[in-house]
Design a protein around this ligand. Sequence first.
Ligand SMILES: Nc1nc2c(ncn2[C@@H]2O[C@H](COP(=O)(O)OP(=O)(O)OP(=O)(O)O)[C@@H](O)[C@H]2O)c(=O)[nH]1
Ligand SMILES: [Mg+2]
Length: 456
Amino acid sequence: MINPETQTIIAQCTPRGSGAIALLRLSGPEALNIATKLSRLPNNKTIDAVPTHTIHAGHVIDQDNSVVDHVMFLIMHGPRTFTGEDVVEITSHNNQFIVQDIIALAIKHGARLAREGEFCKRAVMNDKMDLIQAEAINELIHANTQLALKQSLAQVKGSLSQWIINIEQDLLKALAFCQASFEFIDEEDMEFGDQIKDIINNTSVTIDQLKISFDQQQRIRQGIRIAIIGSVNAGKSSLFNALLQKDRAIVTHIAGTTRDVIEAGMYKEQNYWTLIDTAGLRNTDNIIEQEGIERSLKEAQSADIILLVIDASREMNAQEKNIYQKIANEHPDKIITIFNKSDLPNITDFTCKKAINVSTTENVNIAHVEQAIEQKIEQLLSSIASPFLLNKRQFNLLLNVEQKLQQTLPLFTNNIAYELLSIHLQDAIAELSALTGKSVSEDAMDKVFREFCVGK
Ligand SMILES: Nc1nc2c(ncn2[C@@H]2O[C@H](COP(=O)(O)OP(=O)(O)OP(=O)(O)O)[C@@H](O)[C@H]2O)c(=O)[nH]1
Ligand SMILES: [Mg+2]
């Protein structure tokens, strides 16, 4: 009976679709045998007999000995491979008929199709990396911003894992102190309550710091949200289109043209910007418009950067000034103020030292707005103290660790119950192990890898 967990697997690792070459990976105990059966190398060499970590040009041949494709075989014996198992990588021409034929041949010879993330899963199972590093590889592939990319690269190298190992060591030290205090309970200078409490407090602070940046990181990972807010007719949609360099939002002279939030994304300066055009702010009895305005204010709240657009060619009424002031006060670090319609005489009495004078119709200073956005992004990224990028699973486990540590705090009385304390500490350490996958259940592990793509 073949065990599916160790059966040799195959998948295409490169994306499907057009491109010169495709990479297929075979991994498992039968990888060399299967590759031998479907290949023909020059000079009667065979894949199972060539040295490890060598590359060979050759043919994939079907069961009638006809050539399926001219390919390169990269032969790597375990454990010095990505998965820790024997691996053969086949670089073929990227034609889906060829790729499918090679996969079908491998299956005929005893392999099965790999599931999502299964190569990474095997790497974890074979101790080539921990779960966090495997997750980081997935993040790396999908990183949308330079920050996310840097952080996932660091995590592949093991930065978060190292951080966890450090915490684990501290908690193990606390556990040792705990056990010593318990065993030598009658000896006065063998009481380590203070030391244990210090370790627990310091660990909680460290976890807390990481937690604080979690929300922000989650958002940034999806792209930097830039909301364009301002009075009706100020030129928000015009600015949105100018930044996008596309006529995406409708622009008219009628106040209240934009009724709902419109989003558009673009890669810019190594980051992914999500631009959000909103309905103009003004008090209105029109229910639809009022709803749009509510949404605009919500967007301001959740945005990373706000472009506050003011029509400088007209005076502002008291109500508008109020709203602007309110937004400026609530989000002082996020705002870039723009005086639009600078091609017309400037008669606004709204003052703002750092405002950028722009004309969207004449394309004046749009580049300046982009620079201001980039500066804000840099500020934003540098304000994120934590070098780690957590996902939801990791975040929840850290919350569990913290909760377990919190449970110890009431125990620090005159008469510390060291036995109970040590149970809580052991629980916290177990939660930490689940983070790196050391003690994670098969189900939980599969859940992680299902988010990966096939071939990873
Ligand atoms: N002169 C001048 N007119 C502009 C400029 N920018 C926008 N406009 C005009 O102002 C009017 C309103 O522009 P929109 O971009 O629709 O303004 P909005 O802020 O999106 O308006 P709402 O969606 O109604 O809130 C249009 O007639 C634009 O052509 C500018 O820089 N100079
Ligand atoms: Mg508009």
